[in-house]
Ligand binder design. Structure first.
Ligand code: HEM
Length: 414
């Protein structure tokens, strides 16, 4: 072994090209090599890249790939945290994942929807309605929703601080230099506070609702029947709080789509039409670029040799724009979801495969609920205008956000 039979990117390292080409890096090379699988070097390491539906099916086969040490340390120290569910495999993963999925009941989702509605109403009432920055407002709204839904106690004057900690972790996860360090600092401050909270709940200094996520995580028992280490409990609490706030990125794109596709907004009369619109926002706009894993043991697939231990990236954005699956992938067409068959491998903005036994995002249903309630609120309960602004976004910014963050003006309740 050692020699590859995959198409190979020439040159020593392509990290700079990745930074330059961003969301298009894998698709650009896949087109050039006429291959859905190729090999490159990123951050000094041999890396296999894959894009497409069949490739997603391969990637989510637990007999072929593992997650242990798949994410770079710099991403663990900012975005994900160390020793959380993302890096677990096998029985330990299934057991921890079940803890997350047990929170995603119909009741839990309905509850989150009610909170989102309440907090949007309050946010708009409290803001100067002349001009609202949708992304910043969504972060405040979702910070309150996240703390309330999980049962983490807070004072009103702590909201800005929580919003900053939680958003630094996903806004600056891929950053270098000062911003990277700021994201690390925000994570360690948030982890410390939550660790103290977990310990206080265990000492019964603080009482929490038994149906809350906080209660579930504090008293969750591992396969050896031990409670989670308080530090890891804090990491897993952040695995709920941080991504709930990150839905602000999609909310910004929902409102951008309202601006860019007014003819589609006119069709939002039914539940289905609202759902198709949300799904198309998640397919069309860039957010999470790739999912990482490592080859579990040597195997061959379609004539290619996968060597044990090799870092492998599945292109989520590229698979959502794959012309082999999506007709006119570069066009915003919510109705395409009318005939979508619901495959777990072709529409993967939040990862693919199965929720319980795989690493597919635990919060996908919650994300859809938050977006549906928010879309309904903006389209059916508010009227607003779009002032002059710069709505362009860059495909090598992660997350890519419109330059002006989407500003709405003359905001009124209908
Ligand atoms: C904001 C929109 C979101 C995006 C784009 C997103 C995306 C993702 C992606 C790409 C993964 C990794 C999939 C993989 O490794 O195969 C993931 C995993 C995860 N997400 Fe999300 N997510 C979002 C929202 C949420 C929310 C709202 C929650 C919780 C309330 C959440 C909780 C998780 C957890 C716990 C995992 C780890 C799952 C595992 O390793 O088994 N996410 N997410």
């Amino acid at each position: 072994m050692g020699e590859t039979n995959m198409p190979q990117d020439k040159g020593l390292d392509h990290t700079l090209k990745l930074l330059h080409e961003g969301y298009h890096f894998i698709m650009n090379r896949s087109d050039k090599f006429h291959s859905r699988v190729f090999e490159t070097h990123l951050l000094g390491e041999k890396t296999i890249c894959m894009v497409g539906k069949e490739e997603a099916e391969l990637f989510y086969d637990n007999t072929k790939f593992v997650r242990k040490q798949a994410s770079p340390v710099r991403i663990q120290k900012t975005l994900l945290g160390v020793d959380g569910v993302q890096g677990l495999d096998g029985a330990a993963h299934h057991h921890r994942k079940a803890m997350f999925m047990s929170l995603m009941t119909q009741e839990g989702l309905t509850q989150v929807g009610v909170l989102v509605q309440e907090e949007w109403k309050q946010e708009i009432e409290q803001q100067s309605r002349e001009k609202i920055n949708v992304y910043q407002a969504a972060k405040r709204v979702l910070t309150k929703v996240a703390l309330r839904w999980t049962g983490v106690p807070y004072q009103d004057d702590q909201i800005e601080k929580w919003a900053d900690y939680l958003s630094d972790m996903f806004e600056d996860a891929g950053a270098v230099g000062l911003k990277h360090w700021q994201a690390r600092r925000s994570r360690s401050k948030a982890e410390n506070q939550l660790k103290e909270l977990v310990e206080a709940v265990r000492r019964e200094d603080i009482m929490v609702r038994q149906d809350s996520a906080l209660y579930h995580i504090v008293w969750h028992r591992e396969l050896d029947d031990e409670l989670l280490d308080a530090q890891i409990a804090a990491v897993e609490l952040l695995n709920l709080l941080r991504p709930i706030v990150a839905i602000a990125v999609y909310i910004d794109f929902v409102v951008l789509a309202i601006h860019d596709y007014p003819e589609e907004v006119g069709k939002l009369e039914s539940e289905e039409a609202m759902e198709y619109f949300i799904q198309e926002v998640r397919r069309f706009y860039p957010f999470f670029p790739v999912a990482p894993a490592r080859v579990k043991t040597n195997f061959d697939w379609k004539g290619y040799t996968f060597e044990e231990g090799t870092l492998t990236l599945l292109d989520l954005y590229g698979t959502n724009h794959d012309p082999a699956v999506w007709s006119n992938p570069k066009t915003f067409q919510p109705e395409r979801f009318q005939s979508w068959k619901g495959s777990p491998f072709d529409f993967i903005p939040q990862g693919g495969g199965e929720f319980n036994i795989g690493h597919r995002c635990a919060g996908e249903w919650l994300t859809i609920e938050v977006l549906k309630v928010t879309l309904d609120f903006f389209v059916h309960h508010l009227s607003f205008a779009f002032p002059e602004q710069n709505l362009a976004y860059e495909m090598n910014d992660i997350p890519a956000l419109p330059k002006s963050n989407v500003i709405i003006s003359d905001v009124k309740f209908k």
